[in-house]
Design a protein around this ligand. Sequence first.
Ligand code: SF4
Length: 129
Amino acid sequence: MNSKNIIDLFFFKEKKDGNPEITTGAIIWGTLLRTFLILVISFFVIKKYYLNDYLILLIFILWFLVGFPAYKAYQNFNKEMEDFSESTLCGSCRYFEKSAQLCKIYDQHPTKDIIPCEGLNWEPKQFDN
Ligand code: SF4
């Protein structure tokens, strides 16, 4: 993993076919990375400036720099997946896993241009009622 990948993860993205994209995995890794960095920096700052009385601020910092951005990234991911589901063949297939943008049969990430089975294994989603 090089520094560009780490910077992408910091912004909740990972490279797919050379382009940074938001994925659930990237959001989780980005959250862990940001949390780790903030805790390490906080540890040294608190120790150096004797800020033990202000530990409660760490909760707000974690929310504004980790929780809220991760939540917004997840909302964007969900919106992209809704658009993807409505505009592609894979999006209407029962073997498509929306949370990971994954074809469960081929274990590949379909895109708007790439349908791993080329439509041969497509089956409609089952609808209740
Ligand atoms: S089986 Fe074919 S249509 Fe269905 S998700 Fe996989 S690649 Fe897409």
